[in-house]
Design a protein around this ligand. Structure first.
Ligand code: GUN
Length: 281
């Protein structure tokens, strides 16, 4: 029976520390969150971010924009936020409507305010082993969980299922920087099970039920980044938790696993950008 990694309590601990840190500061960080349209999942995430920011003492402004907003108008709004000295961190909630080019939007965000660590400068720094202004929140949260539970990364075979720009790709680089041997699997991977079975650390970030007991090496560490509603409307993850927990050494649940860590890391990134910004002026 695996040890259940309690992401919620690790995230709560980080929240407490951040609250303490901010209570000693006169000026407060200010996070701007842009949501375009009203994708139900995005609304839930944006509300969670706003609530957590309030709890910690971070100012947050949510900018709700119409689903049909023109790309150039969105770019103009981001440029305004880049120039606004009272804003320290900018987050554009993804996914974007189809008529808007995600890469173009991310390119517009100033690297100094890029709280997700998605811009070319920050991802490039990450790739080159230079500390970026901010690390992508979900990969950062996964690494913090592994460290909190003293799970060794160096020399281990980490298998990531999912190659998104938000999770899979940056997480692969971050694990590589921690000296893991990294394999990324995706929708075109042949013999997925053969590869996942080799994982010392198996991380799934797909968004559908894909990891079953016969795909997991006994005593491995299983991290579930997926979160979605099943056919009964219940929140669940990529991993068949009930069966996999019997053979893994460590496993994250969904909910209360990686999710709360993503938000805690977003808060930490906001405060870091704020502090760097103060140093520059
Ligand atoms: N949509 C899902 N996850 C994320 C994230 O980490 N950042 C942003 N901006 N959008 C997301």
């Amino acid at each position: 029976m695996a040890i259940i990694i309690d992401g919620k309590s690790v995230a709560d601990k980080i929240t407490e520390q951040l609250k303490q840190k901010l209570s000693q500061l006169q000026d407060k960080p200010h996070l701007a969150v842009i949501q375009i349209g009203n994708n139900a999942a995005s609304t839930i995430y944006v509300n969670l971010k706003k609530k957590k920011a309030e709890e910690i003492g971070i100012k947050s402004t949510v900018i709700n924009l119409d689903e049909n907003i023109e790309e150039k108008e969105l770019i103009r709004i981001i440029q305004e936020l880049n120039k606004d000295n009272s804003i320290h961190a900018i987050l554009v909630q993804l996914p974007l409507p189809k008529h808007i080019n995600e890469n173009k939007i991310i390119k517009t965000i100033s690297a100094q305010k890029d709280v997700d660590g998605f811009t070319a400068q920050n991802t490039g720094d990450l790739l080159n082993g230079i500390k970026p202004k901010a690390y992508p929140c979900t990969p950062k949260g996964v690494l913090k969980l592994l460290k909190e539970y003293n799970i060794e990364i160096q020399g281990k075979h980490a298998v990531i299922v999912g190659r998104s720009n938000i999770v899979g790709k940056p997480l692969a680089i971050m694990l590589l920087n921690e000296h893991a041997t990294v394999t990324i699997c995706h929708s075109k991977t042949k013999n997925l099970q053969e590869i996942t079975k080799q994982a010392d650390i198996l991380i799934s970030a797909v968004g559908k039920k894909i990891i079953f007991k016969d795909m997991v090496k006994p005593d491995s560490v299983v991290i579930d980044v997926g979160i979605f509603k099943d056919e009964n409307g219940k929140t669940t993850g990529d991993v068949d938790f009930e069966n996999v927990k019997d053979i893994a050494s460590y496993i994250t649940p969904v909910p209360k696993g990686v999710g709360p860590m993503t938000i805690a890391c977003l808060m930490e990134n906001t405060i870091e950008l704020f502090k760097n910004n103060k140093k520059r002026v």
